[in-house]
Design a protein around this ligand. Sequence first.
Ligand code: AMP
Ligand code: ZN
Length: 470
Amino acid sequence: MSFQVFNSLTRKLEPFRTLEPGVARMYNCGPTVYNRPHVGNYRAFLFADTLRRWLEYRGYRVEQVMNITDVGHLTDDGDEGEDKLEKQAKKEKLDPWEISRKVAAQFFADLKALGVRPARVYPKASDHIPEMVEIIEGLLAKGHAYETGGNVYFDVKSFPSYGKLSGNKVEELDAGARIAVREDKRNPEDFALWKSDPAHIMKWATRFGPHGFPGWHIECSAMARKHLGDRLDIHTGGEDNIFPHHECEIAQTESFTGQPFATFWMHSKFLQVDGGKMSKSLGNVYTLDDVAAKGYQPRQLRFALIRGHYRAPLNFTWDAMKDAASSLENLDDLVVRLRRAAKDAEGDAARGLDLVAAARVTFEEGMDDDLNVSRALPGLSALRALVLEGKLGRDAAAKALEFVTAANGVLGCISVEEELLAADIEALIEKRQAARKAKDFKESDRIRDELLAKGIVLEDTPKGVVWRKK
Ligand code: AMP
Ligand code: ZN
């Protein structure tokens, strides 16, 4: 079976394909940096990372872009409310730019802790004003947008397929009282490309007026175009991004370029907490620090967030964390046992090779089925049962180890590093001392780096070199 993905645009499972053979261009809606992202946001970002890793496993080069939203995302996700960053800035009595720097730094530290493979670029909205203005000008020139008193709106009636992603119909939106009718809009559901507001702190002078800022949706259209081109293979986000955000991105980009924007639109389901919504007032908005305070490692959180299917409901509870941690421990144990069996298993070395191949097929079929991690994982647990029952010969165990290491290239949370024994560390330290004595600093640095890569830090003290675990 080839890789099938659920396309939110067609509401169907479709065989994955790319515009350019072997290259997948993917844009992920990233965080709005007003507050440190919570575990729910990380469900969406880890879904994007798992998708990228699976594409790489399948041999694609992935051109991945994840944006940082630092301006223009209003509290209602549309054209009303306060800018999330400016609201937070007032609360913390800080400059919004300061908030953005602080939160983005936390975000990158979290990504690193969670073992997320870095995207090619993390563009920031505020760095792309000229690119946004270029699209807005193009939309104005083509009659898809109109300017009124410093604001520029997209005219949804100029894009007949508006609603194709979310299933919303313009007439129904029209009738809905949900959208407050702004007097300067032609249609109530028209959305802002550019807004004028002298009181806004993060603002730019353009020919639309001296004090303006972009709408949230145009930011992603402009950043995707700048870093990936007019057409994408995949665009992702959480399910709440479908409307209005992605619907509006499609309308703008497709009206501007005259081409389909993304082939695949993929959306991960929200993470629930204790069976309900995550909200500050309920005190259940957890960050990585809260998870660490309960004694869990980031890789255990990663496993808890990716081990189900990204379109299945997932409920975050401390019991679920505990369960994930213990399942992950079994996978760590699998690696230790396979390593041992690859060295010491007695009898026919090829014993169980066919079973290892079958376990691999289970894993790959699960992942090919729209990244169904929960369908893939039994491939790994099957191996643990086999090695526990002594059903794998040396070659089969070695093959299984190779496969588990590759599978962990996708899961990114099993501890696959070989534990160094104290005696091995001491021996390497001695070797390093000898190299230093011989003034072979290249070799001594190499040994230090080798140890560091295995989580061992060396410290020079008056009493000699001591080591500790990172
Ligand atoms: P934001 O920082 O609000 O722009 O959101 C960043 C990403 O996190 C978006 O793709 C959202 O869809 C996603 N997201 C927000 N809350 C949750 C949640 N509770 N569960 C899963 N994803 C979420
Ligand atoms: Zn976006």
